[in-house]
Design a protein around this ligand. Structure first.
Ligand code: ADP
Ligand code: MG
Length: 346
């Protein structure tokens, strides 16, 4: 018989674990949050070590500012951040983070350890967390300036999430994809991605390389040698566009679009479609271009209050912005088309 059930308030750790599983879906998105933290801390090198597609081990070492010893107690609590104070700050925020949710979430679904050293401290400190809380007082230890965050056994306590994950290889590819994209957009930062125990890195970009160098390192020379630089501004729309796009000689089975809006890695189906349209005149059917586009928009016209898992963006005056990007790309392609014609005539 279907009788009414008693309603109970869920235990706080259960609530937190469910919430955390919604913010952290898979190793790659935990890593994205940590890469952003390292960049917020002004790191110039970021070294990532993974094991088992990041599910066994996900470790990130940076040479950034480090975390103050006295902050180690609360750093993994929910809504603790060094980046935002007032709601109004949101419209001008220049850091990736501001919600103070990432580390807290990770600590609810994995074993998390921080080793960190600031410039004024004599030594580093190591602290381990469970469900947002310190497991024991931070211990002094050896360590370089910066922060190392180790995440082990991701989703050990959320079997549904664990089961939803794809293979080790697939999770590793997603990690490599994220690292590659950030490395291209942040070519001043040196990135390394390694599987634990292997001497050869999967990805290595030196600090202060160029965007094109890093596109070559990550996507290969076939793409890197066919790139056109785009650079456009629109005063009225308060829009700045920079990037590299493949020319009319290049096409591939896979559409690769790296899109950053105000330095955030995002997806825009509308923009992708628009780009397909522009290229369709120049490249064979069912073939696709490569595009790396960095768009700067007036922060007031994009909603920065993005949830960590929301990648698809929408912004004000979207149609006008898309038109502007289309015409910038189109004129580049036209330019390279005429130079090709010119070549054959000469
Ligand atoms: P948010 O980035 O939204 O502030 P996080 O949970 O990602 O929240 O991080 C919480 C806080 O921990 C940050 O505000 C920052 O002060 C500190 N932090 C995290 N990672 C690093 C790091 N790699 N280097 C320095 N500080 C860090
Ligand atoms: Mg963060």
């Amino acid at each position: 018989m279907n009788s009414a059930q008693v309603i109970r308030k869920l235990d706080e750790t259960v609530v937190n674990r469910i919430a955390a599983g919604e913010i952290i879906h898979r190793p790659a998105n935990a890593l994205k949050e940590m890469i952003e933290n390292s960049m917020d801390a002004h790191a110039s090198t970021i070294q990532i070590t993974v094991k088992g597609g990041g599910m066994k081990l996900l470790q990130i070492q940076d040479n950034g500012t480090g975390i103050l010893k006295e902050n180690l107690e609360i750093v993994c609590e929910r809504f603790t951040t060094s980046k935002l104070e007032k709601f109004e700050d949101l419209s001008t925020i220049a850091t990736y983070g501001f919600r103070g949710e990432a580390l807290a979430s990770i600590s609810h679904v994995a074993h998390l350890t921080i080793v960190t050293k600031t410039v004024n401290e004599q030594c580093a400190y190591r602290a381990s967390y469970e469900d947002s809380k310190l497991k024991a007082l931070p211990k002094p230890c050896a360590g370089n300036q910066g922060t190392q965050i180790t995440v082990e056994d991701l989703f050990y306590n959320v079997s549904t999430r664990r089961k939803a994950l794809k293979s080790v290889a697939e999770e590793h590819n997603r990690i490599a994809d994220i690292v590659g994209r950030y490395a291209i957009h942040n070519s001043h930062v040196g990135f390394t991605l390694k599987k634990q125990g292997e001497s050869l890195a999967d990805i290595r970009t030196p600090p202060n390389s160029t965007v094109v160098d890093n596109i070559r390192t990550i996507y290969g020379n076939t793409i890197a040698r066919e790139l056109l630089e785009v650079d456009a501004v629109d005063e009225m729309l308060k829009l700045k566009l920079k990037g590299y796009i493949s020319n009319v000689n290049y096409s591939a089975k896979r559409h690769i679009m790296l899109l950053f809006i105000n330095h955030r890695l995002v997806e825009s189906t509308a923009l992708k479609k628009a780009m397909e349209q522009v290229y369709s005149i120049y490249i064979p059917k069912n073939n696709h271009p490569f595009l790396y586009l960095s768009l700067e928009l007036d922060p007031r016209n994009v909603d920065v209050n993005v949830h960590p898992t929301k990648h698809e963006v929408h912004f004000l005056h979207e149609d006008l912005v898309l038109e502007k990007i289309k015409s910038a790309v189109e004129s580049k392609l036209l330019g390279c088309n005429t130079s090709r014609v010119f070549y054959t005539q000469a």
